[in-house]
Design a binder for this molecule. Structure first.
Ligand SMILES: Cc1ncc(COP(=O)(O)O)c(C=O)c1O
Length: 328
């Protein structure tokens, strides 16, 4: 263990200390690790202070724009983190905390997270992930089965195929919405004759080749704002994310949806995708997905379901029917 304010010199001993030997058990970091492992709730309860500190005061602890010149061992820096960061974090695991999205995590995540950080695999390629890539494909297969319910030979054929993919894991709902609409966009404006496809020739060439004045994405007025980010990033344009009125249950009105699609077609636009919401962010309501899928077929549009929030409902035999139509 280093005495406090020990200078972290560049030396072989420092390197060993950082990469090989755990810092001594009685170092600050060692104590934190023990406390976290033995009693996470106790640790959080003890270190997160309930007293409110004005945000401006907290900002003053993080107001230096220069990267520090003096190296420091993590144990020494950890005291700063405990005092300035952990102490004023939000205690989302507190039994008195009410939050619909961020709450206590199941205990097993902590040791598993540690294992994963320790293994430090990189799923960018099999050379750096080996067993993790088959595991990833396996879990994607399970999620695919949860939605599409194909038979065993289907999964035997495709799940571990290096040339195919049954899906893509995304780091969150925003990236998932973006990825789904990206796929839809690239399928709509695919290669055809002289046109090499949007991925190669770009959006302007794609619109011109197919004779569309614009692409639109249609979602209920309860759609998550990440969809407008997706419309922006994909070159569709935020104004071309068209919202449709909902009923008294915050579910998209199918009559209004049809009218909206007709209007877009009249203006020379093309409906790229309809987006059903399976669990609106604020209220958890689920759009009538089957009816929406039928409209998507009618107007020849991709059907995407944003199930970032409610997708896990598929795991419940009892409530699964609420998402009927997601497979379309
Ligand atoms: C329905 C829905 N879609 C997308 C998102 C975006 O998810 P993320 O914050 O993981 O990007 C959210 C987040 O609340 C959501 O509720």
């Amino acid at each position: 263990m280093s005495p406090k304010n020990d200078i972290a010199e560049v030396s072989q001993e420092s390197l060993y200390r950082i990469f090989t030997i755990p810092e001594a058990p009685d170092s600050t970091l060692g104590k934190i690790e023990k406390h976290l492992s033995e009693n996470l709730m106790g640790f959080l309860g003890e270190h997160i202070v309930a007293r409110e500190k004005p945000l401006q005061e907290i900002e003053r602890d993080f107001d230096k724009s220069q990267i520090p010149e003096e190296p420091q061992f993590v144990s020494d820096h950890t005291e700063f983190l405990l005092d300035k960061l952990v102490a004023h974090s939000v205690h989302t695991a507190s039994p008195r905390f009410i939050g619909h999205m961020t709450s206590a995590l199941p205990y097993f995540l902590l040791p598993l997270a540690k294992l994963m950080v320790g293994l430090n695999q990189n799923l960018v390629k099999i050379e750096t992930s080996k067993a993790f890539t088959p595991l990833e494909r396996n879990v994607i297969g399970m999620l695919h089965h949860l939605v599409y319910q194909q038979d065993a030979p289907f999964y035997n054929r495709w799940m571990h195929s290096a040339q195919h993919s049954l899906g893509a894991f995304c780091s969150g709902g925003t990236i998932a919405n973006m990825t789904a609409l990206w796929v839809a966009r690239n399928r709509l404006l695919q290669a055809d004759g002289d046109f090499a496809g949007i991925a190669a020739d770009g959006l302007a060439a794609g619109l011109q080749h197919y004779g569309y004045s614009k692409l639109t994405v249609v979602v209920s007025e309860r759609g998550h704002y990440s969809l407008s980010k997706a419309a922006d990033v994909l070159g569709i344009g935020r104004k071309n994310l068209v919202s449709v009125a909902t009923d008294s249950d915050n579910r998209i009105r199918i009559d209004e949806l049809r009218k909206t699609c007709e209007q877009i077609a009249k203006e020379g636009g093309k409906v790229l995708a309809l987006v059903g919401v399976a669990g609106t962010t604020e209220t958890g309501h689920i759009d009538p997905l089957d009816d929406m899928a039928a409209v998507a077929e009618e107007v020849d549009a991709h059907f995407h379901v944003d199930a970032a929030w409610g997708g896990a409902t598929l795991l419940s035999e009892q409530h699964r029917p609420l998402l009927a139509g997601i497979e379309r």
